[in-house]
Design a protein around this ligand. Structure first.
Ligand code: ARG
Length: 400
């Protein structure tokens, strides 16, 4: 008896997920492996990948075009939540996992599979995100993770695959481990494992080196409706087009690089390089528009929600009751967040230099230092008397 009869396997076309196909069948007694490759705007050609799965022994090879869903249902809510893990990483990889999990579960239900599988190893965050998301969506499905158990080295994996006609990688494989989708790229391993090593220019693809960026700044106006990005420079764009155009604009000016040591859920510190030009600029612009349209108390309270939200997404709890409750809070706050933010892209920086909204709470009459000032200065005295009362009582007692 095998571990499962029919399995839907998340498939990328790489050696590891390809080797999963014969491994599941030969070692774990799976009768039928159906592969699923998700297009999340990573720029790979899907047709060769689809064929490769069949050559590697898949009974069926599915391709899901999910870029629109990815941006609309996963990236945009995260922008509304200003989601940055450890205040820096905009979760470009993490956001893709709950969607891939959903695609796997949908396919398993459609094709009557009793398990789903993925090629993650046991050291990363992604295995957690897949396993927990799948369990949340359909607790009756088994989750198989062959690469977590097989204990083969890179060379052994390649040799195992060769027995089943899986070609070893043609190019001398890159020392880096790279994940990519429309939101950005995550790069780790190789020389980056030494936190003191500066990343070589070769790791970057979406962002220009400062030395090659234009000598003139570029202004970009980003418009939001209820917290969702809808237009660039006055032109209404679909979510996918908006992200890809802004990736190009910001990347050309060297905006969007991150180099950080982050804390993985499994307890390991890891060195990560990210490129996420559009996503970072959008979060910044969105936050600026919120500062114009939300009251002080909502703004401040939301910061705590954002922190928790980012941790939940990073830690694989996209489909959880707490995440759903936080979503409801965030949605409620976004009703007034409509308007336009002007950003200046120049030499690796994105500066917010203007913002406007029909819902602006900024009140010139109150803020001005000019003669048309409407603020009641005398009222400040009484306010400070009451506000400072506990401090004066304490000071009198201790120091008086
Ligand atoms: N550390 C990031 C995360 O957990 C990215 C991991 C992506 N994988 C990679 N091969 N770089 O979301």
């Amino acid at each position: 008896m095998g571990r499962a009869k029919k399995v839907v396997l998340a498939y990328s076309g790489g050696v590891d997920t390809s080797v999963c196909i014969p491994y599941l069948k030969e070692e774990w007694g799976v009768e039928e492996v159906i592969t699923l490759a998700a297009d999340l705007g990573q720029g790979d050609e899907l047709e060769p990948i689809r064929k490769k799965a069949l050559k590697s022994g898949a009974a069926q090879s599915l391709v899901a075009d999910a870029t629109e869903r990815f941006i609309q249902d996963y990236a945009f809510p995260a922008i509304q939540a200003n989601a940055l893990y450890e205040n820096r990483y905009p979760l470009s990889t993490a956001l893709a996992r709950p969607l891939i999990a959903k695609l796997l579960v949908e396919a398993a239900e459609e094709y009557g599979a009793d398990a789903v599988a993925h090629g993650c190893t046991g050291k990363g965050n992604d295995q957690v995100r897949f396993d927990v998301s799948i369990a949340a969506l359909n607790p009756n499905l088994k989750v198989l993770a062959p690469a977590r158990e097989w204990g083969m080295s890179r060379e052994e994996t390649i040799a195992y695959g060769e027995q089943f006609g899986i070609p070893s990688p043609v190019k001398k494989s890159s020392p880096y481990s790279i994940d990519r989708n429309l939101l950005g790229r995550s790069i780790e391993a190789g020389p980056l494992e030494d936190p003191w090593n500066e990343p070589l220019e070769e790791v970057f693809l979406l962002t220009e080196a400062i030395a090659n960026t234009p000598d003139q700044p570029k202004y970009v106006e980003i418009s939001f409706e209820q917290g969702l990005p809808v237009a660039l420079n006055g032109q209404t764009l679909s979510p996918v087009n908006l992200i890809s155009q802004l990736n190009d604009l910001a990347g050309k000016h060297g905006v969007g690089r991150i180099d950080m040591i982050e804390n993985r859920l499994v307890g390991i510190k890891s060195r990560e390089i990210y490129e996420a030009p559009a996503l970072l600029v959008l979060i910044q612009a969105h936050r600026d528009l919120e500062s114009l349209t939300l009251t002080a108390d909502v703004t401040h309270y939301k910061r705590g929600i954002e922190e928790t939200y980012s941790q939940l997404v990073y830690n694989g709890l996209w489909y959880s009751p707490l995440k759903a409750a936080l979503d409801a809070f965030v949605q409620q706050t976004q009703v007034q967040v409509s308007g336009t933010v002007r950003i200046k892209l120049f030499k690796g920086t994105a500066l917010t230099v203007g913002r406007k909204s029909v819902n602006s709470l900024y009140t010139p009459d109150l803020a001005t230092y000019g003669s048309d000032d409407k603020f009641d200065h005398k009222a400040a005295e009484g306010f400070i008397y009451v506000w400072g009362l506990p401090t004066r009582v304490w000071s009198q007692k201790v120091k008086g």
